[in-house]
Design a protein around this ligand. Sequence first.
Ligand SMILES: [Zn+2]
Length: 370
Amino acid sequence: MPGRDETFMMRALELAQRGWGKTTPNPMVGAVLVRGGKIISEGWHKMDGGPHAEVECIKNLGREAAEGATLYVTLEPCSTRGRTGACTDLIISKKISEVKIGALDPNPAHSGAALKILSESGIRCEWGILGEKCAGLNFIFNHIITRKTPLLAIKYAQSADGKISRMRTAPTPISGAEARAECMKMRELFDAVGVGCGTLRSDNPSLTARCESRIVKCPKRLVFNASLSLADGGDPLKYNLFSDEFRGSSIVICDSKADDKKIGALSKLGMRIAQMPCPKDSPDFWSALRDFLWNEKIYSLMIEGGANLFGNICRWRAADYAFEYTSATRLGHAALPAFENGKNFKISGDVRALGEDRAISGAIAWNQDK
Ligand SMILES: [Zn+2]
């Protein structure tokens, strides 16, 4: 049985998740005000640039006074006066008597600052209620705040014997409905989704986030095609990414060796080409990509395959985070492995059952050798 604090914090977490995919690069935050054991108001951070969860929660109280109430908030309130004014000032001015926090601010410069300010004003403070859940929700935000670089994730669905496809030329359905639904939720959360050119050719994906076949969001869509082979014969506009209603969100990433003529030819077709200033077979390629993404305000990228691109990422240990879905079926040795040169990382996270599949997601720990 969860205690009362956990119950109220769980509600605040549910509210926070209403901002799923809409708050980037800000965190998702939810808040509830409680008096006499009852929730008297709720709020959440709805979108980047909008009011903070605490402000929404106090506003939704209407005419009732917040004085003497307890505020539950999933993330430590802000204490620096940004675009919206410090939430600690608001809490103090409304005479809220107690603040219960899920996770502390991940920014080392601010972490714990609100606790100090609020306590000095005589407000009782506590933190760490469902702390791991509250922090985990904002894994992208936590990464960009502490590392100052976009979060690069890989996502793959594999068979029980570690294969991602029966053959190179056509997609093989592997995951069940629950795992596919979670992938769609993640596409909604990430600023961008990327695939290699092989996957573009074999699957012709749309890379949109869909819920019951309705498109809920189209992230930026990246195609990794270092040499711009897309310009060699065949009409690239036959692919969904370059012809559908969201084609303006698609970017082809090439490397320093790509031919200027090909860049010109594809640009003429209306395709956006971004050239990295180094060859793809170098660690600099991935740092150049991170710089490019940061400048584009793309703070998170989920790469969905295929095997060649994963091979390059593993070689340069270029990803931060992984989503792995493993089905119960086997595809046999003739099938294409997810990691042709072996998997040189571990994922720190708990294995979850997701329908027929097993899922694990978390930060990548790269092996020291190999
Ligand atoms: Zn705030």
